[in-house]
Design a protein around this ligand. Structure first.
Ligand code: HEM
Length: 472
């Protein structure tokens, strides 16, 4: 996009619009390697809100904790996540091949405001409640199933190893585990979920086979949505329908796709980051773990390395001031959770690895805040806690095979997670068993002739066994 270049002096009285400002590219080699340095350099030059070039499109990047929180909370109701609130987009100035467009042009809960947002969030809240409320039988059953999946993954990873070996904990554990949980939540019948799970993985990896995988996945989710309308069960889609019966097949399958994208990917990112933190003993993490405070550990890691590093844009409906800047109506502001967590106003000037920060981590923004606050915190935390618990119960020793600063990252403008997590392991002498699953107590009245069998895992196990051979 051609734009005249002007200096960015926040005290200027001319107040140029975003399109008239000189913008620094955000996504550079430095961003891939050390995003924290990029945020700090932007903060030093521009203050709490910086104009950046996001893959060829100008956006504001909010770096200050107070500014990010202010926009998230949206007390004046000026900020909108709706795509049509973005003036450049509405007026056709965003190139059709802009890489972020496919993620933004999906009409689901994340990009709604007002009544529709409330309605959809209400449906999510109701549909997730049975699986998130620790007192409900479905939540207990899901936790037990998650522990079983974790143990199965560890069994496949270590099969024939003689008790020690090498593995990529990301591909062989942290990535598939949340997908297995999502697969279960979706409630596919007759083992169809295993192939769909592999397609979810292909889509999330955005590799060469992701195009056909996305088509198959969308078709499978639409088929699932239609099937649950005809024959509800005790699963997430059926609970969504019970909460909001007016869902069309198309609307429901878009929300299911959102569930796959968020719940299938981000918990794995947090598992990886937590494993690294525990192995390195950074941020007082080992102490937390040994004290049985896995939840605090996960919280701490979410703060130090938020999986959703930057959030999709919000645009104001009128000109507003933010961090000393004038943001014009319709200009996009991306909220950097990662930069906000490094803001000296939030850290008090101390590093995030200070052990005495343990009880101060509640105010972090890794789950968002305000009207778009994450609806799956309990579910995500359960998956990560269970993953960490099983891993450190089953392995007597785990060490990284690369120095921490050489671990490969897969960064996008929105997320930051490890590409792989190569470790050397030694199994504990006698594997601890997970908590046995409680007796099933159906609450949602599933069809009497439709018990929920565990999924046959042929495609997933084939894939994971292939990785194991490759890892040797
Ligand atoms: C480690 C895992 C996760 C992280 C770090 C995370 C983080 C976040 C954040 C930061 C937001 C706010 C986005 C924004 O304001 O623009 C969000 C929204 C959301 N999250 Fe999560 N999330 C995770 C897992 C989950 C899971 C497992 C679910 C389960 C269903 C979920 C459901 C949602 C939904 C529905 C929204 C959209 C709410 C809205 O836009 O109103 N998340 N999440």
């Amino acid at each position: 996009m051609d734009r005249p270049v002007q200096a960015t002096d926040p005290s200027s009285t001319e107040r140029p619009s975003l399109r008239e400002l000189a913008t620094d590219p955000l996504i550079t080699r430095d961003y891939e390697a050390r995003p924290a340095l990029v945020y700090e350099s932007l903060r030093a030059r521009h203050g709490a809100v910086a104009p950046v070039d996001l893959l060829g499109v100008p956006v504001w990047l909010a770096l200050g904790y107070a500014e990010v929180l202010e926009v998230m909370q949206n007390r004046d109701r000026v900020w909108s996540k709706r795509l049509d609130a973005w003036r450049d987009y509405a007026e056709g100035r965003v190139p059709r091949d802009w890489p972020l467009l496919p993620a933004l042009e999906v009409d689901h809960v994340v990009f709604q405001e007002g009544r529709r947002l409330e309605e959809l969030r209400g449906a999510y809240h109701a549909a997730l409640r049975p699986f998130q409320d620790p007192a409900s039988p479905q939540a207990r059953e899901l936790r037990a199933a998650t522990a079983r999946y974790a143990d199965e993954l560890i069994d496949v990873m270590t099969e024939g190893s003689g008790g020690s070996g090498f593995a990529d904990l990301s591909a062989q554990y942290a990535r598939p585990l949340p997908l297995m949980v999502v697969d279960r939540l979706l409630g596919f019948a007759n083992g169809a979920g295993d192939e769909v799970l592999m397609d979810m993985w292909r889509v999330l990896d955005a590799g060469p086979d992701s195009g056909p995988a996305l088509e198959r996945l969308l078709a499978a989710l639409a088929e699932l949505a239609a099937a649950k309308m005809a024959r509800p069960g005790d699963d997430f889609p059926s609970h969504m329908l019970a909460a909001r019966p007016e869902f069309t097949v198309d609307e429901l399958s878009r929300e299911l796709m959102m569930l796959v994208g968020v719940a299938g990917d981000f918990p794995g990112v947090l598992i990886n980051n937590t494993v690294v933190e525990v192995i390195n003993g950074g941020a007082g993490v080992r102490d937390s773990l040994s004290a049985g405070l896995i939840r605090e550990t996960v919280n701490r890691v979410a703060m130090a390395s938020p999986p959703m590093a930057n959030l999709t844009m919000r645009c104001p409906s009128t000109d507003v001031r933010l961090g000393g800047r004038l943001i014009r109506a319709g200009e996009p502001v991306m909220l950097s959770v990662a930069a906000a967590h490094a803001d000296p106003a939030f850290t008090g000037g101390a590093g995030l690895d200070r052990a005495d920060r343990v009880y101060q981590t509640r105010a972090h923004l890794a789950w968002g805040a305000g009207p778009h606050h994450c609806l799956g915190v309990e579910l995500a935390t359960m998956i990560v806690e269970t993953a960490i618990d099983r891993l450190f119960a089953r392995f007597g020793a785990l060490s990284l095979t690369l120095p921490p600063d050489q671990l490969p990252w897969r960064s996008s403008p929105l997320m930051r997670g490890l590409r792989s997590l190569p470790v050397r392991y030694e199994l504990a002498p006698r594997p601890a068993q997970p908590v046995p699953s409680p007796a099933p107590q159906p609450v949602f009245e599933p069809e009497p002739d439709a018990p929920r069998p565990e999924q046959p895992r042929s495609a997933l196990w084939r894939f994971l066994r292939g990785l194991r051979r490759g890892a040797r």
